[in-house]
Design a protein around this ligand. Structure first.
Ligand code: GDP
Length: 483
């Protein structure tokens, strides 16, 4: 079908099912108003409660965001305690979650989403450390005031020094039994929620610990994990989350489309590529190849795994190696475009050659395209990150997805696209897994390092077996995801 004639006339307030607030300048962020020309209408509608909470959030952000009176007041308190004064927090009008820029781009998108949901649940304002690339990659998601932390934020240079051993690290304070009595509320806390966090850091996910953290004006968070599933296991957030997301597997689908609009640079990369290579196809198949194996090249067994998966699941046709050409195709042949993303070019070269050298058994025509092959991860290099974001987005515009185990790059694509991909199991010992892939239960990302702790009983528990909507992931047996 022709993707360009659809809903261009749609009134702006109904765009993205009401996820987008009115009042943005169109030219500064073309993707916000043009993405509906490329993306199919989502069958998943945000709840009216979510929409009203987002509008409330925008109101709060306007009141508390950078350069406002409230922000300056909160900042003054922060600065005085940062300079060693034992000033206590708790009295500021606005409270904040500060997200520290950390890890690869897929991870960043998932952790900002987690931090935003936490902010929404606790009536805080989300502020994003711009790092090297945030302003270059994304439009502002909230009207009027920026979500980027202003340059005068005094602790910015110290972000790198925040770790589990910092005196302001909540887990560390618990270890030293310091300052955690509820009378003494510090003006800021560092929350270490990265993959290497320990037992005490994980207590953040226990309700009784939210009593103190809830009073602290500045929560500064470092994480490389999509921790949303654990928020769903906290009784204090249960009712609110039920109202926000009656359909549990849509958390990232809605919040991701609300927060992440490609900047005009990235939008150019996306739209030029889409129009040149994908728009005319009858069907678009995205294949995201990400390998985490060290040692010899995984090309051969991963290539075999991809073919085994797409043929078994009938996502792409087999080729006929006996015939030089198809004589009379049975029906009208389809044109299918395969979009392969990978750091290396071997997979797409192999597939492109196969479909050129041999006819398909059903006469379908297959074009194989790969936008870039960057060689290795180069996080925080401008053009590299732009391409990574453009490729995640292009994958999300496909009709069918095949993704790699363990990769947040793939999770972002599936969530934005509202797609349930076939996930390629992680190969062990240089061999192709059997079965090669399976379709996932839900389009939600996987939380790779969840706590396994029963806060009430104070002992270990399988957090993937407590409620029907929080399950272990398909690609990582100890991970948790919403279904
Ligand atoms: P993850 O490591 O797969 O969970 O995904 P991340 O996005 O967090 O980190 C991987 C980073 O490697 C990406 O952000 C890119 O910088 C780079 N990368 C990995 N795969 C690709 C790819 O297929 N295309 C491009 N352009 N970059 C990639």
């Amino acid at each position: 079908e022709d993707g360009f004639s659809d809903h261009t006339q749609m009134p702006k307030d109904t765009l993205h099912d009401g996820l987008i607030a009115p009042g943005f300048d169109e030219g500064s962020c073309l993707s916000r108003y043009q993405s509906n020309l490329y993306r199919k209408i989502s069958p998943h509608k945000p709840s009216s409660y979510l929409l009203s909470r987002l509008r409330n959030y925008e109101h709060l952000h306007k009141k508390c965001g950078p350069r406002t009176k409230s922000y300056k007041a909160a900042m003054a308190q922060f600065k005085s305690s940062d300079q060693g004064n034992s000033s206590v927090g708790g009295s500021t009008e606005c409270k904040y979650v500060v997200w520290i820029s950390y890890s690869g781009l897929g991870n960043k998108i998932l952790t900002i989403t987690s931090a935003f949901l936490y902010a929404l649940l606790t009536n805080r304002v989300l502020l994003v450390d711009p790092g090297k690339d945030m302003a270059d990659l994304f439009c502002e998601p909230f009207p009027e005031h920026s979500w980027l932390l202003s340059k005068d934020f005094s602790i910015k240079e110290k972000f790198n020094k925040f770790d589990q051993k910092s005196p302001h690290c909540y887990g560390n304070m618990l270890k030293n039994k310091k300052n955690t009595s509820s009378e003494l509320v510090p003006s800021f806390l560092y929350l270490h929620l990265a993959h290497d966090y320990d037992e005490q850091d994980k207590l953040f996910f226990c309700d009784e610990h939210q009593t103190l953290t809830g009073k602290v004006p500045w929560l500064i968070m470092r994480t490389d994990n999509y921790f949303v599933p654990s928020l769903f296991l906290m009784p204090s957030f249960e009712q609110e989350l039920e109202k926000l997301f009656p359909e549990k597997e849509t958390v990232f689908h809605h919040l991701g489309r609300y927060l992440f609009h490609p900047s005009n640079h990235v939008w150019g990369l996306i739209t030029r590529y889409y129009q040149a290579h994908l728009a005319k196809a009858d069907e678009r198949i995205g294949i995201q190849v990400r390998t985490f194996e060290s040692g010899p090249s995984p090309l051969q067994h991963v290539m075999n795994q991809i073919y085994a998966c797409v043929f078994k699941e009938k996502l792409l046709p087999q080729v006929d190696k006996q015939k030089p050409a198809v004589t009379a195709p049975s029906g009208i042949p389809k044109l299918k475009s395969v979009l392969i993303t990978s750091l290396t070019s071997g997979y797409s070269e192999n597939m492109r050659n196969m479909y050129w050298e041999h006819p398909t058994v059903n006469g379908d025509l297959i074009g194989v395209f790969q936008p870039s092959h960057e060689g290795h991860q180069q996080t925080d290099k401008n053009l590299h990150d732009r391409k990574a974001w453009a490729e995640m987005y292009l994958l999300s515009l496909c009709d069918v997805l095949v993704t790699s185990a363990w990769s947040t790059f793939g999770y972002v694509a599936q969530g934005l696209g509202g797609l349930k991909p076939w996930i390629l199991y992680k190969p062990e010992n240089q061999t192709m897994p059997n079965p090669p892939c399976r379709q996932v239960m839900s389009m939600e990302p996987c939380f790779h390092a969840p706590p396994f702790y029963d806060c009430k009983a104070k002992r270990g528990v399988d957090t993937g077996a407590l409620v029907p909507h929080v399950r272990h992931c398909e690609d990582m047996s100890w991970g948790l995801k919403l279904v």
